[in-house]
Design a protein around this ligand. Structure first.
Ligand SMILES: [Zn+2]
Length: 369
């Protein structure tokens, strides 16, 4: 027999992340964004019995027979109850959770997103990431990707560790002050996941030639604050068909995106995403530039952590092929003073001079969507 989506009716079990609880007049199955709310009290008992039935591997046909024969539920109601479990991604393949596997908790997260965990993990293992900037955001993004099982990480930064970095660049210690950031970060990542091939490159990136000298990647992640780096990386990545993602902060706003996938999404140049001095008033532009030359970023640990966490999650979604990256076609920001969410559209402009003639490339990663 086939299941509702036309695939083979393989045995499934109740996912380990499913809990059930009653609050007020509502029974909740599973908690989180996919939780199923059931208000009809007559359905509570058969639904909970069905969930318990799936503690052992069951096919869809076996579950429907159980509802019919043991719970005395009519066919349409039985179908609806089973659909309730399936809609919340409550059922997973019987072998989905292996607590001895180092990635087992992440595997549950991928299953919660409705994607087979083994497939996600294989894609991550095959992924190559180029990280430009190993500072506050780069530190945490790199640690998240390496420990999640990303296969290759190239770390690029010309800077050396300073004492004032330690408030947010948590993989560096006082003993590392004066050492190259890329090399210290590589050392720390290898200690956390020896399966990740980490390559430190101590150099700065000023122009397209610098970018061409770096290895190709499935995702270029920019967490460097050198002037003009976003436009430079965008042009290079769009031309070479590499996806890229920006992560930064704007004073107290944690910012990530847009995730640019050449030929599929908008690019950095499709829409104005940042402010500039006016081009039609040179005198005012010079005054503004004079003020801005004295800018010193108020970098803060929690704001860095927020931007790096959300950027790393979108990087994993893109590389692993689960869920939908929040920053796809959008530049996202969390205003940390009131937790407002800022969404700037970065949809594709068909007339964009940088990306209008780019076609989608064939995904390199196995099992691509
Ligand atoms: Zn564009």
């Amino acid at each position: 027999m086939n299941s509702s989506d036309g695939t083979i009716d393989a045995p499934r079990v109740l996912a380990p992340y499913v809990r059930i609880g009653v609050q007020g007049e509502t029974l909740y199955l599973g908690f989180g964004s996919l939780q199923q709310a059931v208000n009809d009290r007559t359905l509570w008992r058969p639904l909970v019995r069905l969930a318990a039935h799936f503690r052992e591997p069951r096919t869809r046909a076996e579950a429907l027979a159980f509802l019919r024969d043991a719970c005395l539920v009519r066919e349409p109601v039985a179908q609806a109850l089973l659909l309730t479990l399936e809609s919340g991604n409550c059922l997973v393949r019987a072998h989905a959770y292996d607590p001895a596997d180092r990635y087992s908790r992440h595997a549950l997260f991928y299953e919660l997103s409705g994607t087979e965990a083994g497939r996600v993990q294989r894609r991550l293992t095959e992924s190559r990431v180029l990280l430009l900037g190993c500072g506050g955001i780069g530190n945490l993004v790199a640690a998240t990707l390496a420990t999640a099982g990303v296969g290759e990480l190239t770390l690029v930064d010309a800077d050396h560790v300073e004492l004032s970095n330690l408030t947010r660049q948590f993989l560096f210690t006082e003993a590392d002050v004066g050492l190259p950031k890329a090399e210290v970060l590589a050392r720390e990542l290898r200690r956390r996941d020896s399966g990740c091939l980490v390559r430190p490159i101590v150099r700065s990136v000023h122009d397209t030639e610098d970018l061409r000298a770096l290895p190709e990647a499935d995702l270029v992640l920019v967490s460097a604050d050198s002037p003009g780096i976003t436009g430079l990386v965008n042009a290079h990545c769009v031309a070479s068909g590499q996806a890229w993602l920006n992560a930064c902060y704007v004073n107290d706003i944690a910012v990530w995106g847009p995730l640019v996938v050449p030929g599929e999404t908008g690019c950095w140049d499709c829409r104005p995403l940042t402010a500039h001095p006016p081009v039609d008033d040179p005198e005012l532009a010079e005054l503004i530039s004079g003020v801005n030359r004295h800018y010193q970023a108020p970098s803060n640990g929690p704001v860095n952590m927020l931007a790096s966490s959300l950027a790393a999650l979108d990087a994993l979604r893109h590389l692993g092929g689960f869920g939908v990256p929040a920053s796809r076609n959008r530049r996202m920001g969390v205003w940390t003073h009131d937790l407002a969410l800022d969404r700037q559209s970065a949809e594709r402009d068909p007339a964009c001079t940088t990306c209008s003639d780019v076609r989608p490339s064939t995904p390199r990663l196995q099992g691509a969507r």
